[in-house]
Design a protein around this ligand. Structure first.
Ligand code: HEC
Length: 147
């Protein structure tokens, strides 16, 4: 079971962090990308602790959780304006035609981050599936990419 969980956490972190693509030039696309990279960085902090790659650090875990909650709340503003075409952007046009659904996915991320119990590496591990699932839900529908 521990092994399965470690794989799950690994998959979430890879889906989040390692798949970042090229840098955006359009300012709107860049703001979206910067926000997502910050989200990827912070779930990576939690994933590393849960998976034993980093020592559990209560302050760092709290900070990563708070950053995820704040980043989720910032999604609406960062994505509101589609901006110009950017070849590196992976944002699907459906974001702006299904805006309410997109916002619901952003809220799901914020709720899952807020519900994350960061009291120990084990409790973080227990919450990673739910948290990572919210990335996947939104990416599947609204991001042109591989996960
Ligand atoms: C509400 C929808 C939504 C949620 C929730 C979401 N993402 Fe994203 N994410 C996107 C979209 C859309 C893009 C593509 C943005 C673009 O290229 O303009 C993206 C792109 C990314 C990128 C690539 C950034 C880059 O510069 O290449 C990473 C990394 C990422 N997301 C990580 C995450 C992680 C990790 C989570 C969950 C903790 C998450 N995202 C949750 C919508 C979402």
């Amino acid at each position: 079971m521990k092994f399965v969980k470690a794989i799950l956490i690994g998959a979430v972190v890879v889906a989040g962090a390692a798949y970042a693509k090229g840098d955006r030039t359009d300012p709107n696309a860049k703001a979206r990308s910067d926000l997502m990279r910050d989200i990827g960085k912070n779930i990576g902090v939690l994933g590393d602790m849960a998976g034993g790659k980093a020592a559990y650090d209560a302050a760092a875990a709290e900070a990563a959780k708070a950053a995820l909650v704040a980043d989720a709340a910032a999604i609406e503003a960062a994505f509101k304006d589609q901006g110009g075409a950017d070849p590196a952007s992976e944002a699907k046009p459906e974001i702006w035609t299904n805006w309410d659904e997109f916002l619901a996915d952003a809220k799901a991320l914020g709720d899952a981050a807020a519900a994350m119990d960061v009291a120990s590496a084990e409790t973080i591990g227990a919450g990673m599936g739910a948290l990572g699932g919210t990335c996947k839900d939104c990416h599947t529908e609204f991001r042109m990419a591989t996960n």
